[in-house]
Design a protein around this ligand. Sequence first.
Ligand code: NAP
Length: 257
Amino acid sequence: MNLGLEGKVAIITGGTQGIGKATAQRLAAEGAQVVICARGQERLDAVAAEIRQAGGRVQAVPADVAGAEAAARIVDEAVRAFGRIDILVNNAGTSATGAFESTPDEAWQADFDLKLFGAVRLIRLVLPHMKRQGGGRIVNITNIGAKQPAAGSMPTTVTRAAGLAMTKALSKEFAPDGILVNAVCIGLVRAGQHEKTAAKRGIDVESLYETMGKNVPLGRVGRAEEVANVIAFLASEAASFVTGTSINLDGGASGVL
Ligand SMILES: NC(=O)c1ccc[n+]([C@@H]2O[C@H](COP(=O)([O-])OP(=O)(O)OC[C@H]3O[C@@H](n4cnc5c(N)ncnc54)[C@H](OP(=O)(O)O)[C@@H]3O)[C@@H](O)[C@H]2O)c1
């Protein structure tokens, strides 16, 4: 299937590990020009070099999307490098789960700053470019807990539910401008965050994945490339009538559609 991504310009936040990296590589392989951002400069440089080596075009922007000034810098760099913005993938995020009683204001604020305001500010700034160009694609990465919040999942399931509400509202608000807004709800996928967890617990990451996979109907944890495939579809011409929806990417783990 021709995804029609040749020459498109895509911003992917958190593009240096896991799902973001796989998405940047996939979109670049489809001929898109990609702008990746993350906080860690070393990994940013390494991933940009990998994409270039594979023949892709990439601009790497060091940025913490939880900060109020990051969005303007990312969008400015994207336009300076590639002249337009067609696709925004709000992916940067991290696991933040705990009991309500042990979640202080700072943890709530940090999660909203990263997962909600990071996306809000970028969407606000890409909007004029997408409107002027006659359309665009926004894909918000969330978590299956947004639809089916569990005990002890504060603050993440609340910030993710906000992301889903924003996805639906903006899909309606931006539809007249041809801007399609969708979400992907992730279950368990191989990524940097699980490598960190394994290292903290002093266990091998493969045995962590094996344990986690036992609770997934398909019997395993997903791969970042499997998520990237769906994001590439949502960003593509093949998804031209898809907006205001969310896709669970969880090997069947969620109990809701
Ligand atoms: N993997 C899963 O099982 C799973 C499950 C549910 C939801 N998700 C969601 O899926 C998304 C991708 O997760 P992943 O598992 O692929 O993560 P990952 O492997 O840990 O990678 C996270 C990426 O985001 C960047 N990042 C983190 N905080 C950032 C910030 N404040 N500003 C800019 N970049 C930032 C990281 O780079 P730096 O650290 O250098 O900034 C890295 O590139 C996240 O939103 C995550 O919450 C993942």
